[in-house]
Design a protein around this ligand. Structure first.
Ligand code: C5P
Length: 229
């Protein structure tokens, strides 16, 4: 059988990463976190002193670093020019800058090419999560899923994720409100950009995860993969 390609898109805080990793692990497939790639190039630009508010400067620097994504769903990894950036790309600085960098067409072209070659080499099939996988990166994916959730649920999940990290304080009400505002700003930027915005593909199945547990979302996606075609 030909390897199955699964595209999982949606805004932040919908459970894309947890769901995609678990589904890939369960089905013996590879896993690619495309958001981590945009975060890595953003980290590199900040580190290199590129003015990320200048799209021409970002475009000129885009081809310089080399990104390597490890696709084991049980131990995903990301390096840029040989530096392991798995931890720093989750920080506030990168999160606040990534939408500007990922909106630059030259950045998208380079990273899209990289994503396509990784998917083409995944013999056992692959789950690819992002914002434009079903629409642009892999329009011929065998299964396309678009995850959604209410803004309140998304903010609560993101706050729990951030405060669950080592050394982080527990999130209070004000923190959740601030997280929700930042998350909605990022989604608005990602949905409003000209090149390959966050969007549901016409042939994607939408799953509203607001009232579902992670296990229920995983079950739902596994069923959609098993029933494909
Ligand atoms: O999924 P994650 O929150 O890590 O994505 C970080 C950012 O990377 C998004 O807010 C978006 O700007 C960008 N991104 C993108 N296209 C993708 C995946 C992520 O533009 N396929």
């Amino acid at each position: 059988a030909t390897p199955v390609v699964v595209a999982i898109d949606g805004p932040s805080g919908t459970g894309k990463s947890s769901t995609s990793k678990a589904v890939a692990a369960r089905m013996g497939m590879r896993y690619l976190d495309t958001g981590a790639q945009y975060r890595a190039i953003t980290w590199w630009m900040l580190h290199a002193g590129v003015d990320i508010d200048d799209p021409r400067a970002v475009a000129a620097a885009a081809g310089k670093p080399s990104i390597v994504s490890g696709t084991d769903p049980l131990a995903p990894s990301i390096t840029i020019d040989g530096t392991d950036v798995a931890a720093p790309i989750r920080g506030e600085r990168v999160t606040g800058a990534v939408s500007a960098v990922s909106a630059v067409p030259e950045v998208r072209t380079l990273i899209t090419d990289l994503q396509r070659s990784i998917a083409a080499e995944a013999d056992g099939g692959i789950v690819v999560e992002g914002r434009d996988i079903g629409t642009t990166v892999l329009p011929d994916a065998d299964v396309k899923i678009f995850l959604t959730a209410s803004p309140e649920v998304r903010a609560a999940r993101r706050s729990a994720e951030v405060s669950g990290r080592a050394g982080a304080p527990a999130a209070g009400g004000a923190d959740v409100a601030a997280t929700q505002a930042a998350l909605l700003r990022r989604d608005a930027a990602d949905s409003g950009r000209k090149t390959s915005p966050l969007a549901k593909a016409g042939d994607a199945t939408e799953v509203d995860t607001s009232e579902l547990t992670l296990e229920q979302v995983i079950e739902c996606v596994v069923t959609l993969i098993e029933e494909r075609g």
